[in-house]
Design a protein around this ligand. Sequence first.
Ligand code: GLN
Length: 541
Amino acid sequence: MAKYVFVTGGVVSSLGKGLAAASLGCLLQALDYKVTIQKLDPYINVDPGTMSPFQHGEVFVTDDGAETDLDLGHYERFLGHPMSRNNNYTTGRIYQNVIRRERRGDYLGSTVQVIPHITDAIKEAILSAAGGAHIAIIEIGGTVGDIESLPFLEAIRQLRIDLGRENTLFIHLTLLPYIPTAGELKTKPTQHSVKELRAIGIQPDILICRSDREIPDGEKKKISLFCNVDRDAVVSCVDQDSIYKVPFALYREGLARKVINLLHLPGNEPHLGDWEEVLRRVEHPAKRRVTIGIVGKYVDLTEAYKSLSEALTHGGIANDCRVSLRWVDSEDVQESDPASHLKGVDGILVPGGFGERGVKGKIAAIRYAREQGMPYFGICLGMQMAVVEFARNVAGLERANSSEFDENGPDPVISLMTEWVEGNQTQRREKGSDLGGTMRLGAYPCVLQPGTKAAEAYGTLKISERHRHRYEFNNAYRQRLEAAGMRFSGESPDGRLVEMIELPDHPYFVACQFHPEFKSQPRQPHPLFTAFIKAALERGA
Ligand code: GLN
C-alpha cells in the first residue's frame, strides 16, 4: 500500500507549495521510491481550462487531455514522468461527481452532505491517485483558514485514521516574515496557522518554513515548542535564485530523512548526480548567454508562461548556455518598426495565445524574424500567425487570416477544422468550452518528414505532442504555400492535420501546432527547444 504525505500551506498564498512538494518528490525518488503527486484545488471551476491566465497562471495540459493546474508542470519536471487527470482535482469536479451520482439515485434516499459524501469523494480521489507509487504526495491548494479548503482538510484528517499513523504524514508550509524594525524573523503567523490546523484536528508532523534568510536555531526551537513538532522537523527553506536548488536546500535541512523516518521506511543516501549537473549548467554554463524575445500577451505575468520559460531554460541546459528572456508585449511591436523592441535578441518566439489582441504585433515580429534570418520558434498561435504572415507577404494572399480573427474573410489559411473536413468529430478529443466551439486537447501522434529541421531536431520521425487549440491549418492552401517555399514538416498520421511547418531557406524558422513546452524537463530538455537555442547561439557566434 502507498504511504501518503499531505502538504498544506499557511500564512499567505503563493508560498511555493507546488515547488516544495515537487522537490520533496524528487528527493524521495532519488532514494529509489516510486513517487506520485496530486494537487487538490479548492475552487469551484471543474478545471482551470476556463480561467484567465492572468488570474490563475498557465493551464498545464496532460497527455490524456486534462487542463490542469500549473503545479502539475512542476511535478512532471521534477519527477520526470507524466501526470494525468487523476493528479488534479478541484472542488468543482468533486461536487460534479457527487451530484451526478445523486441524480442517478446512487445515494438511495439519503441526504447528501459535505460530510460524509463530499469528503468520501475526496478520499476516493486521493486513494485513486497513488497508482503503483510507494509514496503519494497530496498537495492541498489554498491556505489553511479558507472556508473552501475545509472539506479537503477534513478528508485528510480522516485518512490518517483510515490508513494509520505510520502511513500518513502532514507537512505544513508557512512563511516567517522578516520585520526590519525588529531585525527579526517572526514566528507568530506560523504559530497561528498551526493553531488553526490543530483546531480542525490536524497536528502537522513537519513544518517547512519559507524565509528570505537563514532561520536562527533559537527561532527553530521556539517554533518546535509552540507548534508541537519535533525540533528536527522544523525545516527551513530559504529563498533560492534557481528552483533547481530547492531540492538540495531541503535535503541539507534533513527533510527527506525525517519523512522516511516518520513513514517507517528504510532510507540511504539519495543519488542526485543528474540534478547536480542540471544545477551546474544553470549556475555556471560553459557558453555565452543568449537572449530570446518572447512576443506575447500575458507578458506582465510570467506565471502564464511557466512551462515555456522553463523549457527555454532547459534548452539552455542542453546547450550549456544561459538563456535570458525578454518579454515583449505584442501590442508594443509596431508594424512600421518591429526592430525597436527586438533589437539585440538572438531569437524570437511567439507562444500560444487566444484572442485577437496584439496579433498584429506578433505578425510584425514574425516578419522581422523571417526577413532578418533571425531564429524563429512559433508555438500554436505562433505557428498559425507564421502561416498567416507567410501567406500574406510571400505567397501573395494579402487578406490571408485565421478564422479566429476574421470569420468570413476570403483566405482563411487557419480555420476551424469543421469548415473543411467532414467527419472530423471522430478523431478529435472534443471538449465544450466557454471560449466557444471545441478544443483539440492532449497528446496526438505526429509524423515528421525526413530531411527537415524538425526531423533533425527530434532524431526520429514518430513523435507525440500535446495540443490545446481550436483552429488548424487549412489544407486547401497547402499547395499554394508549398509553392511559395513553406515546408510542411509534420502532420497527423492520416495526413489531414498540419502539425509543423518550417522555412528551408531560413537559418532556423520552425513552428508547431502543439505545445512542446509541456513535455520539456530539466533532465530531458525538449528537442525543439534544444534546437532553437542552438540556432540562437550560432547566430550570435
Ligand atoms: N487561438 C488559437 C486556437 O484556438 C491558438 C491556441 C493556442 O495558441 N493555444 O487555435
